[in-house]
Write a protein that binds this ligand. Structure first.
Ligand SMILES: *Cc1c(COP(=O)(O)O)cnc(C)c1O
Length: 230
């Protein structure tokens, strides 16, 4: 079995070296596994549950950049607002409003991604394309000064059909480009051009990168299989 450090090295060698972020998704894995990746020089880690994220944040080195990548309940925002580096899973205005409120309390501006539903599967959270543009057309983001939306996140359908995966990632990249080409939309939301396109996991990150991803979230290929499906 290759070590975590060896897996990281191999994956890093396959990623673009500039303007690109690899998030090591450590959900369900012990603190020691995160420490091993940290000791190998890695700093960006992702978790999908607030409790696990805060527990790991407490005991691990404080220069780790923590990403919340899973569905976030509004009543849990307060636990991560003081330290989270990037929230990938903003899927409603109510959640955004709560993040803004909690971020203001700790005098922070919290970076967020809008999660967009690009998969055919019913179970994935997120705005669909129509909702995303309705939301932005309403200039809603300008109301939340303690939230900084820096990009989009999406998950492709879990399938062997690589053409479908590619099509879904391409659709997200297109939304990203359409937003960035629309100065009026950006300024009415008080947005700078988006810089983060978070797409790609262990099984599909190569396709995601070919379709324009600049941030991948990889768990299994770094830490090995998880014992339970999350
Ligand atoms: C678990 C998870 C990942 C990583 O999945 P792997 O297949 O283990 O690489 C990426 N993104 C999200 C949102 C996840 O929940």
């Amino acid at each position: 079995m290759p070590t975590i450090a060896e897996n990281l090295k191999l994956i890093n060698s396959q990623l673009p070296s500039e303007n690109f972020t690899l998030i090591a998704v450590s959900k369900t894995k012990p603190v020691q596994a995160v420490q091993e990746a940290y000791d190998a020089g890695h700093r960006h880690f992702g978790e999908n549950k607030v409790q696990e994220l805060t527990q790991k944040h407490e005991v691990l080195p404080k220069d780790i950049l923590w990403h919340l990548i899973g569905h976030l309940q509004r009543n849990k925002v307060k636990y991560i607002a003081p330290f989270v580096h990037l929230i990938h899973s903003v899927d409603s205005e109510k959640l955004l409003q709560e993040i803004d409120k909690e971020a203001a309390k700790c005098h922070r501006i919290v970076n967020c991604l809008l999660q967009v539903h690009i998969a055919e599967e019913e179970t994935k959270f997120g705005f669909d394309k129509t909702e995303l543009f309705e939301f932005l057309d309403s200039s809603a983001l300008s109301k939340y000064p303690n939230v900084r939306v820096v990009g989009l996140m999406g998950m492709a359908t879990f399938t062997d059909n690589t053409l479908q995966i590619r099509r879904e990632f391409a659709s997200l990249r297109e939304m990203y480009q359409v937003i960035n080409a629309n100065d009026e939309l950006l300024s009415s939301n008080n947005l700078s051009p988006l810089t983060v396109l978070s797409m790609g996991m262990s099984g599909d990150y190569r396709i995601a990168i070919e379709e324009g991803s600049n941030m991948v979230r990889i768990g299994t290929a770094i830490f090995g299989e998880r014992n339970y499906k999350v």
